[in-house]
Design a protein around this ligand. Sequence first.
Ligand code: G4P
Length: 191
Amino acid sequence: MKLLEEKILRDGVAVNENILKVDSFINHQVDPELMIALGNELAEHFKDHGVTKIATIESSGIAPALACAMALGVPMIILKKQPSKTLNSDLYQTIVTSYTKGTSYELTLSSKYITADDHVLIIDDFLANGEAATGALRLIRKAHATIAGIGILIEKSFQPGREKLISQGIDVYSLARIKKMDKDYIEFCED
Ligand code: G4P
């Protein structure tokens, strides 16, 4: 069994058929050694894809994205959920609505950090309905950059995010793919 799958079974909490809590090692407390190992795994998969930058969505994607960026030797860009007071010119923006959280935010990127020369790998912690990843794709396309792929820690394969992305020809690589979940029950996809 893979490293992340083992960790999820040991320390994750399946709350119901939809929500997995991983607050003790990803979303609230962060396990640094695990993040480095997972970043390395993602980097290994994408190492020959010509990645020039990693992009992630704040906040829980930052730790694995940094580890992956370090392994690939490229910069990491944080796509902001709120335009900051100092980030105010030449911005690309797009509205993202999360079904999981029932919230919307304006995902923001400065045109300084991703350009038409970039081949961008998106890294995030969860893939559920894929709205966050789709918003990130829209921003990167606004910058006229190309997409190297999407690397995910935990994919809920019973939700439509993966299908949405691969139907656009995107390479989606997830370290743990949950086939089915219920309270205190988790079943992974067999690769
Ligand atoms: P969505 O389209 O259903 O909104 O799914 P998406 O994949 O875009 O995820 C939206 C947000 O919900 C993300 O957090 C993601 O991490 C979180 N999420 C989705 N499913 C789960 C789950 O089963 N467990 C946990 N813990 N989180 C889940 P975000 O808004 O980017 O927040 P942040 O944690 O990165 O700050």
